[in-house]
Design a protein around this ligand. Sequence first.
Ligand SMILES: C[S@@+](CC[C@H](N)C(=O)[O-])C[C@H]1O[C@@H](n2cnc3c(N)ncnc32)[C@H](O)[C@@H]1O
Length: 394
Amino acid sequence: MINDSLVQSLHSHLAWWGLKTFTSDADYFSWQHAQLSPADLAHLTALAGQKRGGERGHEIAFYDLTAQSQILPVLYSQRYEYYCAIGSRVAARFGNADRILDFGCGVGILTTWYAAQYPEKQFVGIDRSPASIAVAQEKAQKLGLNNLQFECVDVEAGHVQESYDLIVATHALMQAEHDPGIPSRNWQTFERARDAKQQTAFEQRTGIGVRLDWLNASLVQKGRMIVFEKTRQLARCVPFQRALATRGLELAEAPERIRYQLIEEVADDGPFYVVQKAVGGLLDWDESPEPDEGRPFDRTRLKTDSHDPDAPLYENHGPSAQGVWEHLRDRRLISETTHQEPDGRQVHVELGQAEEGAYLYCANTFDQRQLVLVEPARRVMLEAYYQEIVSGVL
Ligand SMILES: C[S@@+](CC[C@H](N)C(=O)[O-])C[C@H]1O[C@@H](n2cnc3c(N)ncnc32)[C@H](O)[C@@H]1O
């Protein structure tokens, strides 16, 4: 359970690391400029750009730089709310695990807190950034933690030496942050084919396959793993979940979607997964899109819901638009086009007429849906919109 004293001790710990909390970007950036020289900032920006390419050497260089004493508090203060959201959830789930691994622990901000909270448990933090591990070791010593060890290990190269009751991997399993994932079978469905080639390619591109294999081999029978990555889009979430499931890891808890602030920006990450090895009969994996905030469709209230004369009768930009489109009455096609984009996604655009009005429907294999419904007399507006989309994509 997350309790107030746990949360309070996390705030104190983050302050000990020199992290500050901000609610305004302007305040944060003025502090950042006071702390870092233009040369530091330029260096950081350049290495962050290179890291995005996903190359191992660039990733290590970036994390080594972020471990420098003047940069560390400034950069990691941006993630203050992330530490609060994740740290408190992870720490509330150690249960009776004795040996706990924090994979990709970075400079050990959370690992040192976990160890300080649970002096009776043994913690190991591993990371492949030598500078991050050096800082982690120094801080653990300053905190007088003797139940914590840090090691500089690249799990992609190393051999499994230890076994753990619980492994934590938060924002550390998936490289290639911008990888789109795997597309659905076609624009009419959110379902993904069980295609081993596609899955393997995803696991290789994102590095998750080799990392999970290593971690899984380091987990005791019935051991648990807590994993949290940027997998909110269904196209990334499905292959991520399949990567866990095919390694015999099953859901021990219903996955939790987590929203936290990155100063003024809202981050929707996760879900937060707790999985367990070889137990059997736990919860089912869910591969359907998450419920969206699309406007519910009520055909009897289409006109009365809006006071704006130019507003469409109905508009929905979420996955639930598909169900509404499927249930339009007496749907008749006027024009349609389906094509393949250079990145492989299949896109469908359709203009039609239904009992409820004229409509424009767009759908693609990366789960985007858009439905706009207008009065029949305003169909010409949708026709122009349709032409614009079609000439833009063909
Ligand atoms: C985004 S940081 C996350 C740090 C920390 N887990 C947190 O939540 O704040 C990702 C870390 O994973 C480490 N990492 C990535 N791949 C790794 C690998 N194959 N072996 C060891 N560490 C790795 C990186 O060096 C980096 O420090």
